[in-house]
Design a protein around this ligand. Sequence first.
Ligand code: CA
Length: 222
Amino acid sequence: MRILVIEDEQKIINFIKKGLEAEYYTVDYAMNGEEGFFKALNEGYDLILLDIMLPKMNGFELTKKIREKDIKTPILMLTARDTIEDKVKGLDAGADDYLPKPFSFDELLARTRALLRRTGSEKSNLISIADLEIDTASHEVKRDDRRIELTSREYALLEYLARNKNIVLSRTKIAQHVWGYDFDTSTNIVDVYIRYLRKKIDEDSDKKLIKTIRGTGYKIGE
Ligand code: CA
């Protein structure tokens, strides 16, 4: 799951980024409205966390512009202003939910999960492919009932492949989704991590689930 944070306070960005990354989300950020708009347009995010008071373009305008471009990514507005008028304005502009600052990280996380569920990105916590099972809430992975320990990047990579079961994903797409927007795509880190994953997921099974699509990328499927 990939989240874009549009916020102009570095302290808040760090707080959100650190917390969400610990929960296996991939986090990119933008520090002003224009940059946020550009990123929201060009990248496939599962959720946008959006501050209202921003340089260059405020959160209301930004939400309107994103919706005008027919981008349906759920938007959770974060703001210091907790007035009914602002809530209505935000929701009218096209935001999906609203969280007043200061907020606890647990509440942010709960609302993030709820929004991802509501918008259908997270229908069930369990993804199964043959005898491979991934619990996206507890991050537990099993193959043939055997528990598999993964690092957070390995898990993020596996979850991304699994959510796109049978769909071929390019290395660039994988890198951006798992490592984030600023990732240097000239490295072979995706191939390296695919090797790690294969060792843990496929090596002990006759049925190999992770497939290389020559010249294109990777996919997972039966
Ligand atoms: Ca602000």
